[in-house]
Design a protein around this ligand. Sequence first.
Ligand SMILES: [Zn+2]
Length: 368
Amino acid sequence: MLDARQSHILSLLRRQGPLSRQQLHQAMKLRPNTVGQLVDGLIRAGLLCEGPPQPDGPGRPRVPLEIDPQRRQVVGLALQPGRVGLATFNLHGLRVGATRSSAAKPATIIDTAASLLRSVHLEPVVAIGVSSTGLVDERTHQLLLSSTTARVEPVSLQPLFDIAGSCPLILENDLQALAVQWLLTHEAEANDDILLISIRDGAVGAAVLVNGRPIRGCVTGGNELGHTRLPVQTPTCYCGHTGCLERICSSEFLHMQHNGDSNITLADAIERYRGDDGDLQQVIHLLGIGIGNAITLLRPRRVVLASEFNRCTAYTNALLEAIRRHMLSTLVERVRIDLWDRQSVEFADAAAWLALASIYNRLGADRV
Ligand SMILES: [Zn+2]
């Protein structure tokens, strides 16, 4: 793993673009020799490269250093219900090749993930991010409770760690990985306390960032958002209950309102919404209660709603209004709500950002 000063150099170059050794020395307040040694180590490791020298007044031309886009890579591996996805990124956060995906049954999901990871040439890989739905335990390398394995007892992820060998493997819940991706791609706004909420058909989840860093320990609290129970009849949730927010926010719930005599999807209903669909209005109202409650309890400075549904303006405005109506009124002015329009959530990409975050030193203090 990199030391904190090397991560700092990479972080500066990532945010500010190419810098010379002299500029790094000024920015970091380290002795020029120390900067030189750190930079040489990063160049040898394939993380940095030198650009063509730029004339810079009298004296030696300055040599711009930049993050090497070619020699090194990170890998993201995401375990989702029914499938495993794998993405490879360069150190600039650009995808290298196509994202790969394999269907997987709950009983064989770890084997499927292992064979996908085994097919990757690990030599240029500097870090591997692995994400899964549910609760993960990084210390014991286990999935404690996850919709991907559909089992109540823990499942070992050790086969993935064995394949990774000496390459660092960072394990997180899938929404924490998504929060890390948001953090790294919205760098300028990273120092807030943030509640990130992901809304999909049949899946509502959350992650919490404090001082711009994802915090573990709140994973449980975040995940519970989708399992906030409201007094309405819904299909039974995989957690065993009915009335869960993520069962309300689903096509199935819309079908139930018509005794199964409708096959409209949630996405279609949202697309067509002009304020006149009573069933969707009820979904929006109940989502507003659940999210409004979460904001009132956590009091973050900023809320990020991540959803492909955000591009539908009438629905989004109605949802924002419903959330504000159910928040503590003193928080309405104070909490900023941002919309992150994601065309499609690709958790393998988010897992790759998790690996990048380990290089750029943007994980929680306990993970550095
Ligand atoms: Zn539930």
